[in-house]
Write a protein that binds this ligand. Structure first.
Ligand SMILES: C=CC1=C(C)c2cc3[nH]c(cc4nc(cc5[nH]c(cc1n2)c(C)c5CCC(=O)O)C(CCC(=O)O)=C4C)c(C)c3C=C
Ligand SMILES: [Fe+2]
Ligand SMILES: [Fe+2]
Length: 354
């Protein structure tokens, strides 16, 4: 008698996406798809269309392409390179009962292709892992939106499970802390800065629940444990946990937000202002962390690692180091394995946290 094969569990890893190449037409195509997403630029369709097609695509794309050329390596875009690497390391670690696929919210490889791959494997359940630690409508919300739009048309809709945040997960904190500790052991830094990708303030207000301070509290200290869908609060919470793990006192670190686009207010304090204040206050050696990103990309390597370093030095700072992202670190793969297994009742996994 033929033996029945157990159905596999699908794991869908999704990151933001990156241009197919650093050439202007590919960067323009990427920016158009990305910024036409109503969850990223949440204004009326026509205003968004005008902004993206009349301003961003013609004027920003050539500038961004220059940045992408600096970022590009022989392996292509780091965001995609690490995505592919993490997918195969996680597959190895999870074993044959799982099938791991990778999709990007914008450009390639597509979420549609990754879902088709999982469907062909006949998976009975799909665990979607948006690769963003802190929930934001522009990232996790958008990935969830896209996956649901695609899967809703399937004849058989499998059990779907979405990991909507992991900014406070002990294994995520531990992985980032371990990387940072190696820097803190080597140098006596005057200060540590935690710079997160920003979002427009209105997106925080739109997502605010009754427990949210709605931007009134400078450190968003309001119910951080409960307020998991407030992106700003989650960033402060990640920082608090990381600072504890690194043994930092309150006056030894700062939180700030980078990458503002357009004239509307984004969440504050802005990274550039914090850096200038630190340099002017006589801080000479600063260590920078970027814990909204799980892989190095334009926003970490160039914006934090190079542009903010310049700002710091221009204002009297001397040494600026960037803690690299989780990339393909074994503790990060362990963290992903744990996140997946926590969603499978039958797979008890007993992590030992260093
Ligand atoms: C960490 C999560 C991210 C949030 C939240 C986010 C929001 C957001 N981003 C823009 C505009 C841009 N972001 C760009 C790059 C970029 N953004 C993220 C992550 C988040 N964005 C990543 C990982 C990257 C890097 C991709 C790479 O290929 O390395 C860019 C493009 C770069 C540039 O031209 O400067 C833009 C533009 C908005 C408007 C937004 C709003 C909520
Ligand atoms: Fe972004
Ligand atoms: Fe808040």
């Amino acid at each position: 008698m033929q033996q029945k094969q157990a159905l596999k569990t699908g794991v869908l890893l999704v990151n933001l996406g990156t241009p197919d190449s650093p050439e202007v037409p590919d960067v323009r195509k990427y920016l158009r798809e990305f910024l036409m997403d109503k969850r990223v630029i949440d204004i009326s369709y026509w205003k968004r269309w005008m902004l993206v097609n009349m301003i961003i695509a013609p004027f920003r794309a050539p500038k961004s392409a220059k940045e992408y050329k600096k970022l590009w390596t022989e392996n292509g875009s780091p965001l995609l390179y690490y995505g592919v690497k993490v997918k195969s390391l996680l597959q190895e670690q999870l074993g044959e009962e799982f099938h791991v696929a990778l999709g990007m919210r914008y450009q390639s490889p597509s979420i549609e292709g990754a879902l088709t791959e999982l469907k062909a494997q006949g998976v009975h359940k799909i665990i979607v892992v948006p690769l963003f630690p802190q929930y934001a409508s522009a990232t996790v919300g958008s990935v969830t939106d896209k996956v649901m739009e695609l899967v809703k048309n399937w004849q058989i809709i499998p059990d779907m499970d979405f990991i909507d945040h992991f900014h406070d997960h002990p294994m995520f904190i531990n992985a980032f802390a371990e990387i940072g500790k190696s820097y803190l052991k080597k140098k006596d830094y005057d200060h540590v800065i935690f710079s997160y990708h920003g979002v427009p303030e209105r997106q925080i207000i739109k997502a605010a629940t009754d427990t949210c301070c709605k931007l009134k509290d400078a450190t968003c200290a309001c119910n951080q444990e409960q307020n998991i869908y407030c992106y700003r609060s989650a960033c402060f919470h990640t920082t608090k946990l990381l600072a504890e793990a690194l043994g930092l006192k309150d006056d030894q670190y700062s939180v700030c937000f980078q990458s503002r686009l357009g004239k509307d207010p984004w969440i504050q304090p802005y990274t550039e202002d914090v850096i200038i204040d630190l340099a002017k206050a006589g801080k000479k050696k600063v260590l920078a962390y970027s814990p909204a990103f799980i892989a190095d990309c334009l926003e970490t390597t160039l914006e934090v690692g190079e542009e903010y370093k310049e700002v710091f030095e221009e204002n009297g700072g001397e040494e600026w180091d960037l803690v690299e992202s989780l990339n393909e670190h074994p503790l990060w793969i362990d963290c992903l394995e744990q996140l997946v297994k926590e969603r499978c009742n039958t797979h008890a996994f007993n992590p030992t946290i260093a």
